[in-house]
Design a protein around this ligand. Structure first.
Ligand SMILES: Cc1ncc(COP(=O)(O)O)c(C=O)c1O
Length: 458
């Protein structure tokens, strides 16, 4: 554990509030590597165990309430247990969980996608965003007959072999443990917003596809210029390279039509997950008919080419289809995405006001319904509460003082707020002005706890 936690009042307060979580974490340690089931849930000495959730809040096994900004890893634009989603799930459950056959709910789900995303001429459901980007890359390589994949440093597209390097490490594209060098070397990693490097990579005319998180790495932790995304579209088209927008996070969130609608950029392929399935497992690759026709039996035979195979036991699972259709319908018929973005803006403003009042050189920033917190980096001198992320290099924005952010996260939990390990998160359409005010107050209380422990100047 980080040394600054020894004799820490923050740690003592966290332990005192969460004995039930501590007991479960102890049991989990004998079941799971690091006691967890997703890397981002790694928290020393242990994370909280949650037993129920509603709207923007969740409760741990000890009965503590949290304002939740984890938001189901971004899946819950409509908050926890939205009534329309819960009702749709209950109705679908009553009908059965798996038919081993096509079913009406998968059609409704695909129509709900097409209603919001005009580039989705065809849709193929998968079980996770990781599978969706894997299929998108396979489709692109087969369609273009090219092997190279262009990615951007820091952009995350799931954990499969073609995407493993370059997210938090291996920015040179070298293979991470367990990945074949031959696979890793078929990815080119380009710094985001670097047009010169992008042009050089595309001019080889060997790039099958470029894939990006269209609002920048980790939903804008490292912002990307809309102009860069548009130029990427123009250049990829000019060089016969397909553009894959990974809208696993931004889809149905940045706007109801995703980032592609926000930027007015039409990709060849998109990957969706998270909100797509209304908080249940589910994902999709969607896009141009001529590209997805490679999955079509008759079209492949007609073209005289080998069909790309695609199985998946839980593809278009009826319960996920019901949840996804209900969520996408609410999003289509309401201002949920815009409301979440407006609340996030209010949150960023309120928390920055706290940073200014407390005279800490931190900044909360972000776009749409996301937020990120910059806690300072060597050589970056900040006016408290007036941080601008645009134009700053990835190395600066991604470098968090680890011990400080760890302690801050625990202090926020003690004060009833759950954010991710980067002190960022997702705002839902159910967060209210009260949640904003309570979260700002929690930041203030957390800062004061850190100051008492000598982590911040008096
Ligand atoms: C942009 C992006 N793409 C792909 C994925 C992978 O999705 P999944 O976790 O459903 O495999 C994620 C997951 O967080 C993501 O943020």
């Amino acid at each position: 554990m980080n040394d600054t936690l020894t004799n820490s009042g923050v740690l003592a307060a966290y332990r005192a509030r969460t004995p039930g979580s501590a007991a479960l974490a102890q049991e989990a340690a004998s079941l799971f590597p690091s006691g967890i089931t997703h890397d981002s849930r790694h928290l020393e000495p242990y994370g909280v165990y949650v037993s129920r959730a509603l709207g923007p809040h969740k409760w741990d096994v000890d009965g503590n309430r949290y304002t939740d900004f984890y938001g189901g890893h971004g899946a819950l634009l409509l908050g926890h247990n939205h009534p329309a989603v819960a009702d749709a799930v209950a109705a679908a459950l009553a009908d059965g969980t798996h038919f081993g056959a096509s079913h009406p709910r998968e059609l409704a789900w695909a129509r709900a996608v097409q209603r919001l995303v005009p580039s989705a001429e065809r849709v193929r459901f998968t079980s996770s965003g990781t599978e969706a980007t894997l299929m998108a890359v396979r489709l692109a390589r087969a369609f273009t007959g090219r092997q190279t994949l262009l990615r951007f440093q820091g952009h995350f597209h799931g954990w499969h072999d073609h995407m493993a390097a370059g997210y938090t490490s291996h920015y040179d594209g070298s293979p991470t443990p367990g990945v074949l060098p031959g696979v890793a070397e078929k990815s080119i990693l380009v710094p985001p917003n670097d047009l010169t490097a992008l042009r050089a990579a595309l001019e080889t005319n060997e790039v099958a596809a470029a894939i990006l998180e269209p609002t920048g790495s980790s939903f804008g932790q490292v912002p990307i210029d809309a102009a860069f995304v548009r130029e990427l579209r123009r250049l990829t088209e000019a060089h016969g390279t397909l553009l894959i927008m990974d809208e696993v996070v931004s889809g149905f969130r940045a706007t109801k039509g995703g980032a592609q609608a926000a930027y007015d950029v039409r990709p060849d392929l998109s990957s969706f997950a998270k909100i797509l399935a209304g908080g249940l497992p589910g994902a999709a690759v969607a896009g141009r008919k001529d590209i997805l026709d490679q999955l079509d039996f008759a079209m492949s035979a007609q073209a005289g080419r080998e069909k790309i195979q695609h199985q998946g036991t839980f593809n278009a699972n009826p319960i996920s289809a019901a949840a996804g259709t209900a969520a996408l319908t609410v999003i289509a018929d309401s201002d949920a995405a815009d409301r979440a973005s407006a609340t996030a803006q209010a949150l960023r403003k309120a928390v920055n006001a706290v940073f200014a009042a407390e005279q800490v050189g931190w900044g909360m920033y972000g776009t749409f319904s996301g937020f990120h917190t910059f806690l300072g980096a060597p050589g970056v001198d900040l006016a408290p509460g007036a941080f601008v992320a645009e134009g700053r290099p990835m190395a600066v924005l991604k470098s968090q003082p680890a011990a400080l952010s760890h302690k801050l996260r625990l202090a926020l939990l003690v004060n009833g707020v759950d954010v991710n390990g980067r002190i960022g998160g997702f705002v839902s359409a159910t967060h209210t002005a009260d949640d904003v005010a309570n979260t700002a107050a929690a930041f203030q209380a957390a800062i004061r706890m850190l100051r008492t422990e000598g982590e911040l100047p008096e």
